[in-house]
Design a protein around this ligand. Structure first.
Ligand SMILES: Cc1cc2nc3c(=O)[nH]c(=O)nc-3n(C[C@H](O)[C@H](O)[C@H](O)COP(=O)(O)O)c2cc1C
Length: 299
């Protein structure tokens, strides 16, 4: 059994990556029911009670294990961690910053922590502060990225060589070829984002799903949010404006994310997605995505 499946208590080492406001309880529960590990997002949440409601909503749909993400950049991150512990989550992912202070809070309560790392250096530091696993996320992935921009094919084996904790590969894994490749590189599992947006259960607006299914591998690009933060996005008119004029990015309001991602107003927020949009052509139920992904592997 993969060390990641064992750590998380799930059947397959397939983690559904946190995706801000579109990790709805129905999708998270569907991933866990299908043998993967569903993850709720909290990056854009200000009200920890909303997270509590979401955890209860997932529990009403499945008795399988699932987790939640703590994005260090969120100023309410500690409150979110407290709700996760209070609600008895057994594993969380951490990202976008130093996981050290969160680990001090979570580990004494027995919560497993998997930290997202864009470089060997950050993976080694994460191991040193006590993470249970690292998620090596390559530059082809959707969402927030560091400035390192190392592709998954190089990053994963380099991280595997440098740490002893199990490694999860993220970025560009959308089907059974990516899954098998990740295992061949030394990873014990995968974290998948973009492929799950184009799932029946994901709450993302139909125009977001359609754009993912219609895009090719060259269509996404990185836009700058701050000096140290880049985001890989789809080529909406707003994203093109931000690419031309990075100052335009500062006018985008975080609180408008749901209006774009869930309600389909593409003028107010950019749409995050990975280069693997080029491998996603059809909206499918979560269970089929996972079955097809693991089908040709002995996991
Ligand atoms: C729309 C979107 C939103 C994301 N939001 C988050 C987030 O809130 N927290 C986080 O740790 N990672 C986030 N990510 C990264 C994913 O969890 C995952 O690591 C990544 O999507 C993997 O690459 P892939 O898109 O090629 O599958 C996001 C990715 C996408 C596509």
């Amino acid at each position: 059994m993969s060390r990641i499946a064992e750590l998380l208590g799930c059947r397959y080492p397939v983690i559904q990556g946190a995706m801000g406001v579109i990790c709805n309880p129905e999708m998270v529960a569907a991933v866990s029911e299908a043998g993967g590990f569903g993850v709720l997002g909290s990056a854009f949440q200000e009200d920890a009670e909303e997270l509590r409601r979401q955890i209860k909503a997932v529990r009403a749909l499945t008795d399988k294990p699932f987790g939640a993400n703590l994005t260090v950049l969120n100023p309410h991150c500690t409150e979110m961690a407290e709700v996760m512990m209070d609600m008895g989550l057994k594993a969380v992912t951490t990202s976008a910053g130093n996981p050290g202070p969160l680990i001090e809070l979570l580990k004494p309560q027995g919560v497993k922590v998997l930290h997202v790392c864009p470089s060997v250096d950050k993976a080694v530091k994460a191991q040193a502060v006590g993470v249970d696993a690292v998620i090596a996320e390559g530059a082809e992935s959707g969402g927030i990225q560091g400035v390192e921009a190392v592709g998954t094919l190089v990053l994963v084996p380099a991280v595997c060589d440098a740490v002893e904790v199990p490694v999860v590969a993220a970025g560009g894994v959308a089907d059974s070829r990516g899954f098998r490749a990740a295992l061949a590189l030394g990873a014990q599992g995968v974290q998948v984002g973009t492929r799950f947006i184009a799932s029946t259960e994901c709450i993302a607006h139909q125009s977001y799903k359609a754009m993912i299914c219609d895009s090719s591998e060259t269509d996404t690009f990185l836009v700058r949010r701050t000096e140290k933060i880049l985001v890989r996005v789809l080529p909406t008119p707003l994203a093109m404006e931000v690419r031309r004029d990075p100052n335009r990015g500062e006018a985008i309001r975080r609180q408008d994310i749901g209006r774009a991602w869930i309600q389909g107003n593409l003028e107010v927020y950019t749409l995050a997605a990975g280069q693997d949009v080029g491998l996603v052509h059809e909206v499918k139920p979560v269970a089929r995505i996972i079955e097809e992904m693991v089908a040709a592997s002995a996991v």
